[in-house]
Design a protein around this ligand. Sequence first.
Ligand code: TYD
Length: 197
Amino acid sequence: MVRGKLIVFEGVDGTGKSTQVGLLKHYLEEQGREVVTSFEPTHGEWGRRVRAAAASGQRLEVHKEVEYLLRDRREHVQQVILPALTEGKWVLLDRYYPSMMAYQGATGEDVEEIRRLNETFAPVPDMAIWLDIPVQEALKRAQNRGRERDAFEQVNFLQAVARIYAAMDMPWWRRIPAGGGVMETQALIRREIVTCL
Ligand code: TYD
């Protein structure tokens, strides 16, 4: 049976992941592919709890964060990701388990252990696109969107997150410099994606 492709987007807050997901979806659909887009944390019960805490300025204790985000991802994998892949669709995700390696890793959890836990149930991506821009620049962009900063969006913390992203060496991990214009970044992404077609 044909299995679709799983492409995930990663990067600190404000790197333009959702814009790039939308543009790539359009491109793939023009090529006649069926595409499903989604994001994590989801708007399900467990994802909502993590977002609500961060929005209030006070993150959950890291073990609770890991527990809730794993529950959220399990539901997402079962209800959305695996069914779409089985139907041969492309699945584009705005964040997936590398976010947990980076964010909960930067909060003191063991990065490789987090990866191992996730890979017991979550399909390994065909490709992860890491949108890399300096943290200060990303935070400026996030602020320009007029959103309140949540408890994840602190400079020192995001710099630790970015260092973990920079050290990732999975064979499916790709760094894309994302400091230029939107279409310039999209062109770099498409150049990587054609190797999956
Ligand atoms: P984000 O994609 O920034 O959502 P929004 O822009 O709608 O607020 O996700 C919210 C936060 O969740 C983000 O700062 C990173 C964090 N996060 C983790 O800490 N671990 C995870 O496993 C995931 C998926 C997200």
